[in-house]
Design a protein around this ligand. Structure first.
Ligand SMILES: Cc1cc2nc3c(=O)[nH]c(=O)nc-3n(C[C@H](O)[C@H](O)[C@H](O)COP(=O)(O)OP(=O)(O)OC[C@H]3O[C@@H](n4cnc5c(N)ncnc54)[C@H](O)[C@@H]3O)c2cc1C
Length: 345
């Protein structure tokens, strides 16, 4: 059987895979990115991005203004016992345009992206990783393939716990577009929240929870509240602490490694930060012709930057919703404290 060889094979062309590809392309590293869909951004997302994280700015990774909208300075969270303001800015975006633009930059810088190319099998043979059905032989494989990562299965890391969410676009909502809005009420949805993010052309609205039973029931009621949404898209979010993100010849980036803030489900900027760190390790490896392949350094580096924030967010999420289960009043008080000290991202 004929095999094509690439130094690095990236599986997945979401925000994590594309950001990594962009940095590798800039340094002339040999890679191929395989994306199963025929176009970008085929999954749902609230499209709100934290502009800053761990000393990085979104524009450190994204060299364009295309697809970026305005910064919303705060989020109003409504509970059964009143409103709480979270003063963390959110940059509203058009994620489809952003992913497409990064892909354009990747190819312009000489990187290779193949769409409509789903990876269904991975096998380790000596120092190489074989990718099927594409018949590609890689020195390193990167799993940027989201929550149901095939690369994570290959490494032998179990799937993290998940949340389920659905969202759509609505042209008009009776809320002030100067803020993002979130509802955290048991009768809207237990163990989760609904969101209303003002975009340049309408609102991105959605609802999610970590309990599938509640999702089924409460999503139906939410849908009926907003008949103006033409299409609802459902998706899965890792709601857990991050998982091990490397194997012998492999690393995981983004949702595949649960590099997401459990309390909000936000993972765009954190995936980009981890993709940047991954690129630095892989560029170094490439300069040494992949002789060392100590990919544990990748995990050490991203953990140094983000692990404490991820874990704090997870602990906050699990404590907050346990409190909601006991008393919505205590939940309100706890949320208020969390927003004040901003421990809720
Ligand atoms: C409903 C919802 C709302 C959200 N809202 C926000 C928000 O407002 N702000 C925020 O910061 N985060 C949000 N998130 C989280 C955020 O979208 C993700 O954390 C982030 O997009 C992760 O990017 P990724 O590239 O790791 O994964 P993904 O975006 O899932 O990309 C993975 C890619 O891999 C491809 N792929 C998968 N398997 C294969 C295969 N076998 N072969 C080839 N290709 C494959 C997929 O087609 C996909 O394109 C939300 C998530 C959901 C589900």
């Amino acid at each position: 059987m004929e095999f094509e060889t690439a130094d690095i094979v990236i599986v997945g062309g979401g925000i994590a895979g594309l950001t990594l590809a962009k940095f590798l392309a800039e340094e002339g590293v040999n890679f191929i990115l395989l994306e199963e869909h025929t176009d970008y951004f085929q999954k749902p997302c609230g499209e709100g991005v934290y502009p800053e994280l761990a000393g990085y700015n979104f524009y450190d990774f994204y060299e364009s203004k295309l697809g970026t909208e305005r910064i919303i300075p705060e989020t109003l969270i409504s509970t059964k016992y009143g409103d709480v303001v979270l003063k963390i800015p959110v940059l509203m975006s058009n994620k489809y345009v952003i992913e497409k633009e990064i892909a354009r930059q990747v190819t312009q810088k000489g990187g290779r992206i193949v769409l409509n190319s789903k990876v269904t099998g991975i096998k380790s043979v000596g120092d190489y990783v074989m990718i099927f059905p594409q018949n590609i032989r890689g020195k390193i494989i990167v799993g940027a393939d989201g929550i149901n990562s095939i690369v994570r299965k290959f490494i032998g890391v179990p799937r993290p716990s998940i949340g389920i969410a659905s969202c759509g676009v609505c042209s008009h909502i009776k809320k002030s577009s100067d803020r993002c809005h979130v509802e955290m009420k048991k009768d809207v949805i237990p163990w989760g929240f609904s969101w209303f993010f003002p975009k340049s052309t309408g609102w991105n609205i959605g609802i999610g929870t970590t309990n599938p039973h509640y999702f089924k029931r409460n999503f139906k009621i939410f849908q009926e509240r907003f008949p103006g949404v033409r299409e609802w898209k459902m998706g899965i979010i890792p709601i857990s602490k991050p998982v091990r993100s490397y194997g012998k010849n492999s690393i995981l980036v983004g949702d595949a490694a649960a590099q997401v803030f459990a309390s909000t489900g936000a993972g765009i900027l954190s995936s980009m930060v981890c993709a940047k760190i991954a690129s630095e390790i892989l560029i170094k490896e490439s300069r040494h012709d992949f002789r060392y392949r100590d990919l544990s350094i990748y995990e050490k580096k991203w953990k140094k930057k983000l692990y404490r924030t991820f874990v704090r967010s997870y602990i906050y999420y699990s404590t907050l919703f346990r409190t909601e289960y006991v008393s919505e009043y205590l939940f309100h008080v706890f949320l208020k404290i969390g927003c004040k000290i901003q421990s809720c991202i």
